[in-house]
Design a protein around this ligand. Sequence first.
Ligand SMILES: Nc1ncnc2c1ncn2[C@@H]1O[C@H](COP(=O)(O)OP(=O)(O)OP(=O)(O)O)[C@@H](O)[C@H]1O
Ligand SMILES: [Mg+2]
Length: 434
Amino acid sequence: MNRKGCISVIDVGTKKICALIAEISPAPQESFYDEVDILGVGFHSSEGLKKGIVVDLEKSAESIRSAVEEAEEMAGVEIESAFVGIAGSHIESVNKRSSVEVSGRDEEIKNSDIERVIEKAKEGAVGEKERIIHTLPGEYIVDGTAGIKHPQGMSGFQLEVDAHIVKGSVGSIKNLIKSVNQAGVDIEELVLDQLASSKAVLNGDERNLGVALADIGGGTTDFIAFVGDKIAYTSVLPVGGDHVSNDISVGLKISGSEAEKIKIQHGSVNVDEIEEDSRVEVRSASGSETMQVSRRYLCQIIRYRMEELFDLIGKEIDNIGVDNPAPAGLVLTGGASLLSGSRELASQVTDLPTRIGEPVWADKISELNSGPIYGQNGDYSCGPIYSTSAGLIKYALEHTSAGRSRVSGTKKDSSKTVEKFFSRVKKFFGGFFE
Ligand SMILES: Nc1ncnc2c1ncn2[C@@H]1O[C@H](COP(=O)(O)OP(=O)(O)OP(=O)(O)O)[C@@H](O)[C@H]1O
Ligand SMILES: [Mg+2]
């Protein structure tokens, strides 16, 4: 009989924490894919993060705990450990090629050769205060023949790898780990947010042809580009939907929460489509009065910031460093991609075909998440908000073998200690926490 296991994931965003618990049944005989059933969704506003970085441990741990408890209650299982998304303006990436001689007399590439060439790629990739989050082999080259995905068992004398290395600041990585741990959850693995999102919203044809993805969240825009199914470039821009709200707050002299509310209810980047005399009722900063403001003016404020953001995304597309980058176009996801007219404006500014990326399982997640989402009333799709968390499940599926009991869904171990947590994390970061 197929054995079921659970996967738990947490998207620790600047604006919201989203915890998901999924039950996984190994692929039935007629199918290649494991079956995924979302059992629990925990959604909570995020406190204690700025631009994707933990700035208040207590508050971020509290927000994470609330989302985790909500998901646990719904699923009826307790989260012991989870795959956790990481982003933030401290993240950087670099492409490295490294080369080793194939060991052994038979010139057959072994796992140890692959490990050696990857270790070599990591050499010198990080400074003293940085740590590697991912080393992602894009392709292997055997005796000059490129485009090899699985070199193990092949014959050759020289093995090279093109690897994409993602790194971040030690302090910021540790603080994220600490806040998740303080919320009572061990970390299975940290996964770059946009890598996760890409798994949820991009298809294989797009990745093969070459595509750019921008996950526009509250505090940051997380960018990833693929060329020939390889990750060619990743970056984090310190601008997101909260900057739009902040501009509205300053421009209209209203509170941040009121600005956020009217942005979602009345915001658009299509200024020309708005009647000259269209007005929006807003509450004054003191909260004691209401006033009428021009909706055109509101949308002009939004448009300026979004134009600037899409311009920055265009520059990142230039940074991919190939001729004709992203022929399959630009995919937008994340909460701020829901702003009316974003797709058209992004396409106009970047001169690329653009679509909004909806993640897998979006309907099921939305259905289970009964709480209000950014003040919305459920009359339009909120899918892009879940791209990172849905993608974390896909990532976890690829990195845990079917049928293996996933520890993340078992009964909670009450004797869990900080020591146990750090020894576990050490496994992933190789002595990082000595
Ligand atoms: N319907 C909507 N229209 C416009 N903006 C929206 C809408 N829904 C959400 N947003 C905006 O999306 C942003 C939050 O997006 P998201 O949930 O993807 O962020 P996050 O993952 O918490 O943040 P980050 O990834 O930057 O750490 C907020 O700025 C919010 O105002
Ligand atoms: Mg996000």
